[in-house]
Design a protein. Structure first.
Length: 442
RNA sequence: GCGAUUGUAGCUCAGUUGGUUAGAGCGCCGGUUUGUGGUACCGGAGGUCGCGGGUUCGAACCCCGUCAAUCGCCCCA
């Protein structure tokens, strides 16, 4: 008989477990808490859209669209794509679902995204982001609110120290276009001396040359035309309002005139929160203003700002958040008492004690050798153990035993209340352990 | 798409200049010991040495190919 080969996981997907899963959940929980403080409304978005939703809004020439999309035809022959980002789908919904009526609309979401890329540290083909958008607000205060929220999120996650906010403006579309022309003119003169990558970027995406890591490029980048020379008065005022708003809110930032964002739809404010603790993947949260996006999807001109952050990257910075606490482990070292131990475990989990509104977190140990259950119970890390044992009077007795007591966490009362639901019993001290002798059922 | 590094037990890893039947620790299972005690000891299960080909009397080890993982380039969160 042929051996069945176990299917391998898809490249770039992750099976997140244990401490990493706890850190992941911690990031999402913190985001959910913070977004409510800023009154962002929760939205749930489809994981796939018509391909054109992304190709039109992100830009045909960008890498995301030209080589990183998971696109496929459905059975009706329609080209669909697994979302590579949230913004385009949310913009589509804004137009198709009548969300204009809520403008200015503040929404937040999180979930998986898909990009066909080489996986490496902090980068996956299925990855996860948290996302926040303000649609229909042209005011710089919207940019400020979003950035202050991002800053608070990082602080509450305890990772703000190693992360700096890089800020830039790309100006309005006229400013951006003038700057782009100037950059092309400037770099074309020295094209032969640029890196191979940058020679290609010159045609496709000249702004990208500015943050090239190649030494050959850096020499020319230093003297390249700066966006500031091309900013219109309004664009300067807008950026000034954003920066002074951040200063007033106490959010630290630094100007990075080389910061450009890869996607076509960005205008005015562009920002990234960057760390040096994640290898080559320094950007932990990024976003900006995308006033041109709605028109590219056939809607009315609508100002909007947003950001997204990689949950995996944030979780790596957060580090250990601690596994779930274990209050009590229930076990028996005697044959025939497993069912009773199981029944008691269930009661304990379902009973709310008067002294504490939280239920006990209880592990029932039932596998392996009975003789080694005490050892396993201690190794489980539980604070207290409950051993189920035979007793000459009645069903058996239950003894509360100290295992890894580091602090007070009263349990006797709650155990008593749980037992009262099913059993008749009396309490005693047996071998220095507080015990309940079960004499019968109710 | 390109580059570097790495693939040996469930996990972390040894494995000599190529040489009998491929090992350890942890984990798992069983037993002895202990009997308020994470002890100590004994035993057991578990391996297509990533996969395919080549060189050789002989390959985990050398060569070629391939797949995968990790990190980096590109790009991005």
């Amino acid at each position: 008989m042929a051996k069945i080969e176990t299917p391998r996981p898809i490249r770039g997907t992750q099976d997140i477990f244990g401490a990493e899963a706890e850190a992941f959940a911690h990031v999402v929980e913190t985001f959910e808490r913070v977004r409510k403080l800023y009154r962002f409304r929760r939205v749930e978005m489809p994981v796939f859209e018509k391909t054109e939703v992304f190709s039109r809004s992100i830009g045909e020439t960008t890498d995301v669209v030209s080589k990183e999309m998971y696109s496929f035809e459905d059975r009706g022959g329609e080209s669909l794509t697994l979302r590579p980002e949230f913004t385009a789908g949310i913009a589509r919904a804004y137009l198709t679902d009548g969300w204009q009526q809520y403008a200015p609309l503040k929404v937040a979401t999180h979930g998986p995204l898909f990009r066909y890329e080489r996986p490496q540290k902090g980068r996956y083909r299925q990855f996860h982001q948290i996302d926040a958008e303000i649609i229909g607000a042209a005011e710089p205060q919207a940019d400020v609110e979003l950035l202050v929220m991002a800053d608070q999120l990082l602080k509450e996650l305890g990772i703000a120290d190693g992360v700096t906010l890089n800020l830039n403006t790309l100006g309005d579309s006229d400013s951006r276009e003038a700057w782009r022309e100037a950059l092309i003119a400037y770099f074309r003169d020295v094209k032969g001396s640029l890196s191979e990558d940058s020679q290609e970027r010159l045609e496709k995406n000249p702004l990208r040359i500015l943050d090239s890591k190649d030494e050959r490029d850096k020499a020319f980048v230093a003297d390249a035309p700066q966006i500031d020379q091309f900013l219109s008065g309004e664009a300067q005022d807008f950026f000034g309002a954003v920066t002074s708003g951040l200063d007033a809110a106490g959010v630290a930032w630094s100007r990075n005139p080389a910061l450009v964002r890869g996607l076509d739809y960005y205008r005015h404010t562009a920002f990234e929160f960057i760390t040096d603790r994640l290898g080559a993947q320094g950007t932990v949260l990024g976003g900006g203003r995308y006033d041109g996006l709605m028109e590219s999807l056939g809607g009315a001109a609508t100002p909007a700002v947003g950001w997204a952050a990689g949950i995996e990257r944030l979780a790596m910075l957060v580090g250990e958040v601690g596994e779930q606490r274990l209050d009590l482990v229930v076990f028996t070292e005697f044959t025939g008492f497993e069912a009773l131990a199981s029944e008691i475990s269930g009661l304990l989990r379902q009973t709310r004690g008067h002294s504490d509104t939280e239920n006990l977190q209880v592990e029932h140990l039932y596998s392996g050798s009975r003789k080694k259950r005490y050892v396993k119970a201690k190794a489980s890390g539980a604070w207290r153990g409950l051993s189920v044992e035979p007793h000459e009077h009645g069903l058996g007795c239950i003894r509360l035993r100290d295992l890894n007591v580091t602090g007070e966490r009263p349990m006797r009362k709650r155990i008593r209340e749980a037992l009262e639901q099913h059993f008749v019993f009396y309490e005693a001290e047996i071998g220095h352990a507080h015990s309940w002798v079960l004499t019968g059922r109710k």
